[in-house]
Design a protein around this ligand. Structure first.
Ligand code: GLN
Length: 246
């Protein structure tokens, strides 16, 4: 199968090599005989109608976020249509913030987000930096990664976090939540990039993208993942050694 990925603003939102997440998806798809077709969707580009199975939006600083936010607004309806039809959306850090309703940046300016996730983010004056470990009870798994953000993200009541913080700051350094998920839309502060050390999550996204592409339920064959599990263990250990929150 061909899995079509819409990579939003690859030229602006790619700190900490967030595009490495796409390389992981491509390799894991290839190992199962599928092919990832990555379509860059930049400023002024139309969102390809119908055919995108997974949208990806990476991290960036306030400056880049301000640059893309108005353009993202223009793409909002198309993204909502795609998500409504079961396309997967993954946002990391700056991209995650813009998947919410609003990001108020350090200068106090309000950047409207697309509202695919039920949350708002306010910039604070202390950065939250370091290794993070999350418990994702909904998947019976953990996620390990690295965070670096000043924004504090507040989920609406009843919103589902991506995980509970075992070690690190998470959304706001206080709630004990990290990230958000709604249907097949996921947002997280975890860079690192996220997917190389969390292969279960990469496969979940791939499965959902394939289900969107085929309209059928399916499960991917497991891969050996020895190196990936070691990377996860090292990262998890670093997060645990770092300890709790503020
Ligand atoms: N500007 C945002 C913040 O610092 C996002 C940073 C990022 O993507 N690393 O909160």
């Amino acid at each position: 199968m061909k899995i079509r990925v819409g990579h939003l603003y690859p030229e602006y939102l790619n700190i900490y090599a967030d595009r490495g997440n796409i390389a992981v998806l491509a390799e894991r798809a290839r190992a199962r005989g599928h092919e990832l077709d990555v379509v860059p969707v930049g400023l002024g580009d139309r969102v390809p109608a119908g055919g995108i199975d997974l949208f990806y939006i990476g991290g960036g600083q306030d400056r880049e976020q301000a640059l893309v936010a108005p353009d993202l607004q223009a793409k909002s309806a198309a993204l909502h249509d795609a998500a409504g039809e079961g396309a997967v959306v993954l946002g990391v850090c700056g991209g995650y913030q813009l998947l919410g309703r609003l990001y108020r940046d350090r200068s106090g300016a309000d950047l409207p987000g697309v509202g695919l996730l039920p949350l708002e983010t306010l910039a604070g004056d202390r950065r939250m930096i370091g290794d993070v470990l999350l418990e994702c009870s909904w998947a019976d798994e953990t996620l390990a990664g690295f965070e670096n953000h000043a924004g504090r993200t507040i989920l609406d009541s009843g919103a589902e976090p991506l995980g509970r913080v075992i070690a690190g700051f998470g959304n706001d350094g206080a709630s004990g939540f990290e990230g958000c998920r709604r249907g097949r839309v996921y947002g997280t502060y975890l860079h690192g990039p996220l997917l190389p050390r969390n292969p279960w999550f990469a496969d979940l996204l791939l499965e959902e993208a394939l289900m969107h592409a085929t309209g059928e339920t399916l499960e991917l064959e497991p891969l050996a993942d020895e190196l990936e599990h070691r990377a996860h263990a090292v990262s998890a250990e670093r997060a645990r050694a770092r300890g709790g929150r503020f």
